[in-house]
Design a protein around this ligand. Sequence first.
Ligand code: NAP
Length: 307
Amino acid sequence: MNSSIAGRISGRTKLCGVIGDPVEHSLSPLMQNAAMEALGLDWAYVPFHVRPEGLKAAIDGARVMGLVGLNVTIPHKETVVTFMDELDPLAEAIGAVNTIHFVDGRARGYNTDAYGFTQSVLADGEIEMAGATVLVLGGGGAARGLAAGAASEGAKKVILANRTRARAERIASDLERVFPNVGWEVVQASATSLKNAAGRAKIVANATSLGMKATDTLPIPAEALYPGQIVFDSVYVRPSSVRSGAAGSPGDTALLQAARAAGCVTVGGLAMLARQGAKSLAIWTGLQPDEDMMLSLLIRHVRAHSS
Ligand code: NAP
């Protein structure tokens, strides 16, 4: 056994974790344990591999064993909603939970992906989202989070573009009920429609899974992007698949490289990962973790494992 762990874990140590299927590649334990230590907490954070058929038992088990909280990742974010005793209004609007806080035996569900996206763009892209037109590419759980985040930051218009138009339409109609002052528009993704939509958008945010594999095409043609535009990619390249390159930075994707070549300002998914995790920790502890330290740690880790 690692002696530092033997010395650190005691009968008073509080426990949090992440549930997913798979979960072994998660970077959350790295950044959460470092952030807990930096806050001087006697807490620990561990990954749990939970398959879909065991999800309810896992939530019940965490509750009775007194865990403080859980992060929830693919593929459980939407299913887990049905096992919550209470839902934060934003999580209810998004229809997905990525953070559970157990309080007095009750499971409260939150969604911090929206915060992770908006804070990354506000901090790293250094722009206001209020009054902006935001183009969100995708129609899955991440697209829901990004669209809700843009709406909650006061975006004037959110354009959702997806390969399967019906999924984007469902997101727009769900979110329109909660954010009626936002102009919602849905387009079927094609080279022409994406070019038209991107030409009207100050921010382009990728929430498709395109970019995770080296063979993936870009989620939007590079010629649709214009200089000065903010391009955000929720996909981040994991250490095991990082290819180093002159234009690349840790966690970089082909979309971000193409966007920089087009003169855009780019913000990567590692920033979202760090900031959504920091928000989860803030919910569990009531303290403000050092978000920049968490992001630096992720960047250093990816860089160290990419050679
Ligand atoms: P999801 O629910 O499976 O949705 C995947 C989306 O990608 C769908 O819109 C799908 O379109 C689209 N897509 C997949 N293959 C495509 C293709 N060949 N051509 C065009 N569109 C395609 O996944 P998710 O949970 O939303 O996650 C999406 C991405 O966000 C993942 O890479 C995930 O790792 C990332 N993410 C990152 C963070 C972070 O903290 N950085 C947080 C959450 C998610 P259809 O609807 O037509 O199938």
